[in-house]
Design a protein around this ligand. Structure first.
Ligand code: SF4
Length: 628
């Protein structure tokens, strides 16, 4: 359904809108206006501005006035946490307010409280009393509202009853939505953000299901992954979460949260959204009558283990060397293998690929012990007997009597290749792995359909998902690949990644992107995870600079999750499942956390990174960085 937000309506048949948030202090009118203009010029259709207290809410008027004087009519959105009085004032000034149901009427104390049905009802009544005045103002002024749930800042009440689950996130929003509907107010947009794309996707899907099941209206959805971080990590995490939902046909506005300047978020959001505007028509994908995948929780598709692929093995990464003229030990540097001549041994990085596909090329050197080589079947026949070299067969080559590896065979298939006879054959091949491909414009859906066919026939063959993006820059490739592969991995589909780019592709980047997609879907952890907020007017230090500083010292702590948050008001809640937290608690002061527990308060920022490392060390999770 359509919701009116100033002159830029959302939902219904409107295009998917792009939005972002300012990062300068809301009291800095000039700075806010100038940053908003930079965002608008980049394509931002709604500008969100934080209003931590009444004084900032009041200053929204000056910001709005100046923008209108300068000829910009872009709707403004006030971002509210904890302060109903600021919300009620802002709702009279700007076109939309965003409230967080986790903290609108509650202070988070991280307490476990046992609620009886009666005490829970009493809490809901208290919320109704606090929230209804805002709903009335919005209704009177024609102001829209986003009820924006964050996984990391659910109220103690919701946590006590539902835990920090997608169901808890959904229920948190529905409690507030019911009050809106009771007041006859429907200009509502909903969001279910998390820094974990898997949780975020499940929560949005569950929200849509519950809205439908409980007879609510189909309110527009605002999509976003919170605290996604910066650079490639931030872009990939965002694409996995937002892209998967866009592929599902969900989403009316997108905000990509990067720890970078807000205008840098806009091209990423646009690229994700515009892909669907250009996607007209695609080769038919056979419909399904039975959908065996639970969209609301993660279960990995059951497969048999073949060598190191499938079963309980982490998803594997394959790199393409089939177009190389000559493959030498130096060629492998780009994919994580570094040959030391003096030591005569291979150094293997955390992001070292597991297989290389060489086509009809041959190798005349000893490969690293953890690497496998895939070559075309005809070439494999010439090199047979070589350790860790495996054939790739096309479907038409799978004839009776063909010579196969006794260890591992790869079979390259498209959905249109699959039929009952082929599946029966694949089920008998205990040492086979599929490499699945697609030419369909709607490739993710076609590959998902292929998985469904295998599940339907109880075929437990492991599957490596291959995607070829020949005409894309790496910037676009990583967004599209994260959407196409991420969406499958989030649903438990896939035992490996095989990404290919066009001519001149940077193999190193492609390899990193493959690992980063697996990291974002939390199916294979190969490095430190950073959960850093995008910053806003509340931020107490330079987030970009600090994130870079912390990353430089901790990049090697594989699997450790570090939250880097700009303010103590929302930071601790929103750093979600981080193992350690670095949170701004005052000008030049940092409070350090282990999980949700404060370990050191108000440390001077000059010493805070060292202190953080000390906490990690005392906790037994520190290792020395590798020598340069
Ligand atoms: S955690 Fe970061 S983005 Fe969120 S309110 Fe605080 S400073 Fe702003």
């Amino acid at each position: 359904m359509e919701v009116k937000i100033g002159d830029v309506p959302m939902g219904g048949d409107n295009p998917i809108r792009i939005q972002s948030m300012t990062t300068v202090d809301t009291m800095d009118t000039k700075g806010s206006v100038e940053q908003a203009i930079r965002m608008i010029e980049a394509g931002c259709e709604y500008v969100r501005i934080t209003a931590p207290s009444v004084k900032e809410a009041q200053n929204l008027e000056a910001i709005k006035k100046e923008l209108r004087v300068r000829g910009y009519s872009t709707p403004l959105v006030a971002d509210i946490h904890f302060t109903p009085n600021a919300a009620e004032l802002a709702a009279r000034i700007v076109e939309k307010v965003r409230i967080n149901p986790g903290n609108y009427a509650d202070k988070k104390r991280f307490e476990e409280i046992e609620y009886t049905d009666a005490s829970y009802e009493a809490e809901l009544e208290r919320i109704r009393q606090k929230f209804t005045p805002l709903v009335k103002v919005c209704k009177e002024y024609g102001t829209a509202m986003r009820i924006g749930t964050n996984h990391g800042s659910l109220s103690d009440r919701i946590m006590s009853r539902y835990g920090d689950t997608p169901l808890g996130m959904v229920e948190s929003a529905l409690e507030f939505l019911r009050i809106c509907e009771d007041e006859g107010y429907y200009d509502v947009v909903l969001s279910m953000k998390s820094s974990n794309p898997q949780v975020m996707v499940q929560a949005y899907r569950l929200l849509v299901h519950k809205l439908d099941e409980e007879g609510f209206r189909p309110y527009p959805l605002h999509l976003g992954v919170t605290e996604a971080g910066d650079g490639e990590d931030g872009r990939i995490k965002s694409s996995v979460g937002i892209g998967t939902l866009l592929e599902d046909g969900l989403g009316d506005t997108v905000r990509v949260s990067l720890t970078e300047e807000p205008e840098a978020e806009i091209p990423v959001a646009k690229a994700l959204v515009e892909r669907y505007e250009r996607r007209e028509g695609h080769a038919t994908i056979p419909p399904v009558t039975n959908y065996p995948i639970d969209p609301f929780s993660y279960t990995r598709r059951e497969t048999r283990e073949v060598v190191n692929i499938g079963g309980h093995q982490v998803p594997r990464v394959v790199a393409d060397f089939s177009t190389s003229e000559k493959i030498t030990p130096a060629s492998l540097f780009a994919v994580g293998y570094n040959y030391s001549i003096s030591l005569d041994k291979w150094n293997i990085a955390d992001m070292a690929c597991d297989f290389i596909y060489v086509g009809d090329n041959t190798l005349d050197f000893e490969i690293p012990g953890t690497l496998g080589v895939i070559c075309n079947h005809a070439s494999w026949l010439q090199t047979r007997g070589k350790d860790r070299v495996y054939p790739l067969l096309q479907v038409h080559e799978l004839k009776d009597g063909i010579q196969l590896s006794e260890v591992l065979n790869f079979v390259h298939v498209f959905l249109h290749d699959l039929n009952a006879a082929l599946i029966a054959k694949l089920k008998e091949m205990n040492n086979a792995v599929l490499i699945i491909d697609t030419d369909n414009k709607h490739g993710m859906a076609e590959q998902r359909r292929l998985f469904l066919e295998l599940i339907d026939h109880a075929c437990r063959i492991p599957v490596i998902i291959s995607r070829r993006y020949t005409d894309l820059t790496h910037d676009l490739l990583r967004l599209y690949a994260a959407t196409d592969l991420g969406g499958l991995f989030i649903d438990g589909l896939g035992d490996g990644v095989f990404l290919r780019g066009g001519e001149g592709v940077d193999r190193r980047k492609l390899n990193e992107t493959s690992f980063n997609i697996l990291q974002a879907t939390r199916t294979r952890i190969s490095k430190t995870e950073y959960i850093s907020c995008p910053s806003c007017g509340r931020t107490l230090f330079d987030l970009q600079e600090t994130t870079a500083k912390i990353r430089e010292r901790t990049f090697h702590l594989k699997g450790v999750k570090i939250g880097i948050m700009g303010c103590i008001v929302n930071g601790p809640g929103e750093m979600a499942d981080a193992d350690y937290g670095y949170v701004g608690s005052g000008p030049g002061r940092i409070t350090l956390y282990k999980g949700k527990e404060v370990v050191k308060r108000n440390v001077p920022s000059a010493k805070a990174v060292d202190e953080l490392i000390e906490i990690i060390r005392e906790d037994g999770n520190w290792i020395e960085p590798p020598a340069a």
